[in-house]
Design a binder for this molecule. Sequence first.
Ligand code: SF4
Length: 353
Amino acid sequence: MHKATLFKKTKEKKIQCLACSHYCKIPTEQTGICGIRENKDGELYLLVYGKAIAANIDPIEKKPLYHFMPGTKIFSIGTIGCNFQCSFCQNWDISQMSRTIKRRLKAESKEKDFEAQVTKMGYDLPPEKIIEYCQKKDIPSIAYTYNEPSIFFEYTFDTAKLAYEKGMKNVYVSNGYASHEAIDKIAPYLDAINVDLKSFSEEFYQKICKASLKPVLDNIEYYHKKGIWMEITTLLIPEENDSEEEIKQCAEFIASISKSIPWHISRFHPAYKMKDKASTSPKVLNKAYEIGKEAGLKYVYVGNIHDEKHQNTYCPECDELIIKRNWGYSKIINMENNQCGECGYKVEGAWNM
Ligand code: SF4
């Protein structure tokens, strides 16, 4: 348990958390929506500081980031809890764990045990240990991922700052719901981000994610203005967000921010409360790819499926194959000094950091 930094005090020992766009007002001895930030006697505490529930070494392409340090490894960490409750979450067992614990303890009338149970989830992995491990294994970057990083903000911030001091890079994999206060504070240490644009419908965000679309759109613009390298992912779920009209809205919105933002269209597979749905058909993914290109996006990719053609990077100017990919594999084919080897086009990305 660790004292949080992103909060302000309001009346009668209530506090307002400033880490994400929910801006929860939290009464004493309660947690906010994410279930891991608790008001204790008028101060806010992060219950999962230094407690990783998952930690893995991944190819950077898995995040997915296709225009950021290609071919390198990244150390990925996450905690329990989330500020979203997506019915299709692939990591629901960890993202919804604090809610599951709360429900169980309530049924057993043991609510007082909540803090003790949450703080024992995950294993001790303080920021210093993460850096030490990465340096030993020669891993150049760290991803705050699996659950929304802004909710365990202080853990990400301390780790990112230490990583920065050692010349390492930091990446958020985010649902786009961080507060501007969190973004402003992490920005000097954040090198890249992948943001989920889960849909272009307010109803989808409210019904399926228990959140709202607008902060996500605002933040995509905000990250871009801050100059943080950003790629966007949209998971296409049959009959939920896969109409041509909605795909076009997503693509045109991204293009309105910058046509150079890579857009990853990802294949849905049945999970959590959406086990009754089919996986996204390759036909729909290919159509979405075309829609992205028609909107003027220079880099559109199809993920979560073997489709080499739609995972490669081609030069937006002359169509030369620049980077070859397949799942976690990537190989630069014809790019030198960040330029297309054929026509010299400067390929957008944060390539050699
Ligand atoms: S991180 Fe978001 S969901 Fe969690 S307490 Fe803060 S404002 Fe609420």
